[in-house]
Design a protein around this ligand. Structure first.
Ligand code: ADP
Ligand code: ASP
Ligand code: MG
Length: 435
């Protein structure tokens, strides 16, 4: 039967149609603080129940209880500073196993049908780079079957299984990426990331109290901000959401009001006003390495940075001074976790490239300003350097991309620099109230 007038159609199918239009599929992800103790787990279960009672199909993704993953990492490193990574993953993935079960139990207590899933049970399949494995595939079938049966799947984030059947983890903060990957696999309408702040701010609200909540941010800006230290979303989760077109929203699990909007991550063309600077981020995870009196001849940079990259060490910022007397100085940054390996590699290179002194420093922080508006506006860098100079803060290394400028400065000036830059770019909350 085919009819264009619903009033003459089969009332049954009309009802089904309306129901399916109302019922949305939502992934709800809860971070470590949100499931940090049993009361918080009860609170999370209530939020899931509310979403379920709105008629939505809900898949839940959970992190480990706050502090648990750190404790597991410490256990491994106390036994061996360089543990076998397959075993490291077997240990650190346990935190999420606990919370997936606990949240399912809490949901059962509210009269809802729920079941836990570990990464391997979905399965979420990864490559074999243990400790920060990349997702290769996610089979959404088991989750979808659960949803069809009216059961709420509660999935352990952060973990999956490699092709050899070993448990693998997705890198610190990886449950965000799990959530987005599951949302893509089940074609969810939305991926809600519940955390301990009520959205994405112009900068970390714990450092700059005048930080302003953003209603919307572009994938590109969020990607850049995450990659330079704004840990509110794991960088990979944003890249995945951008590629798979997953609608991501960041919101608070502690907000008891029903109408919280959080921050939505959107495409650039979704009617966004192009702010010059969308946000400022900092990263303390930087080690500065300086090589002095490096021979100034072709092929030297290739040997040094090729050697580091070939051994899995990611170099971030680089500066090389003008050569004098056939030698030059090179300064660059790596993450603190890679420093030991970087020094080892550079020691081994010394025969091939006879450089002078090798010095490292941890007392540095990288501050970055990000905004798509930078593409069409000049002056962002000048404002940054002037603002820092006025406070007597020395810039040690600079790096730029199309929508970002980063500087490396002395760590003791982190708060001062962040607050000064936040004001200088007109980002302070309440500013518009006085204009
Ligand atoms: P979760 O455990 O829920 O995954 P995280 O600790 O990983 O939470 O991320 C939330 C934290 O990110 C916030 O508490 C905040 O301090 C920090 N953060 C850093 N930059 C920002 C930003 N621009 N906006 C919001 N939060 C930020
Ligand atoms: N529990 C993991 C971590 O602490 C993953 C996450 O929280 O996203 O890194
Ligand atoms: Mg996180």
């Amino acid at each position: 039967m085919s009819t264009l007038d619903p009033s003459q159609g089969d009332p049954g199918s009309l009802t089904d149609h309306n129901l399916s239009r109302r019922s949305r599929t939502i992934v709800m992800k809860f971070g470590g603080t949100s499931v940090g103790d049993l009361d918080r787990i009860r609170n999370v279960a209530q939020k899931i129940k509310m979403e379920h009672e709105r008629g939505n199909r809900v898949a839940v993704v959970v992190s480990a209880m706050a502090g648990v993953t750190n404790q597991m990492v410490k256990y491994c490193h106390d036994l061996n500073p360089m543990p076998v990574l397959e075993e490291y993953d077997a240990v650190v993935a346990t935190g999420e196993q606990v919370t997936s079960g606990l949240v399912a139990i809490a949901l059962n207590g509210l009269g809802l049908r729920a079941r836990s899933f570990q990464g391997w049970q979905v399965p979420l399949v990864t490559d074999d780079s243990h400790g920060k494995a990349a997702i290769e595939s996610v089979d959404g079938q088991a989750i979808l079957s659960c949803l069809e049966a009216g059961i709420i799947p509660v999935i352990a984030g952060f973990q999956g299984v490699d092709r050899a059947g070993r448990i693998a983890t997705l890198g610190r903060g990886g449950s965000d990426t799990s959530a987005v990957a599951f949302a893509a696999a089940i074609d969810a309408d939305q991926c809600d990331i519940y955390t301990d702040v009520d959205g994405v701010y112009t900068t970390d609200p714990r450092i700059v109290t005048k930080a302003k909540k953003l209603d919307r941010i572009t994938y590109e800006e969020m990607l850049e901000l995450a990659s330079v230290g704004a840990k509110v979303l794991q960088t990979r989760s944003v890249a995945l959401a951008m590629r798979e077109k997953v609608r991501v929203r960041v919101l608070s699990s502690f907000d008891q009001t029903d109408d919280q909007s959080g921050t939505i991550v959107v495409d650039e063309d979704e009617g966004m006003e192009k702010e010059l600077v969308a946000g400022i981020a900092y990263s303390r995870d930087e080690a500065k390495i300086s090589l002095r009196n490096v021979p100034d001849r072709p092929g030297v940079a290739a040997a040094i940075f090729g050697g580091l990259a070939g051994n899995g060490v990611n170099v971030d910022m680089i500066v090389q001074s003008i050569g004098v007397d056939q030698t030059t100085n090179m300064t660059f940054t790596v993450s603190k976790g890679d420093e030991r390996r970087a020094r080892q590699i550079l020691d081994e290179l010394r025969e091939e490239i006879p450089y002078g002194e090798l010095a490292t420093s941890h007392d540095v922080v990288k501050i970055s300003v990000v905004g798509v508006g930078m593409r069409s506006n000049t002056g962002v860098a000048a404002t940054m350097f002037r603002t820092l100079a006025e406070r007597g803060i020395n810039v040690q290394v600079i790096s730029t991309s199309e929508i970002k400028i980063s500087v490396l400065i002395d760590a003791e000036y982190t708060e001062l620099a962040m607050r000064a830059l936040h004001t200088a770019y007109g980002l302070d909350a309440g500013k518009e109230d006085y204009s």
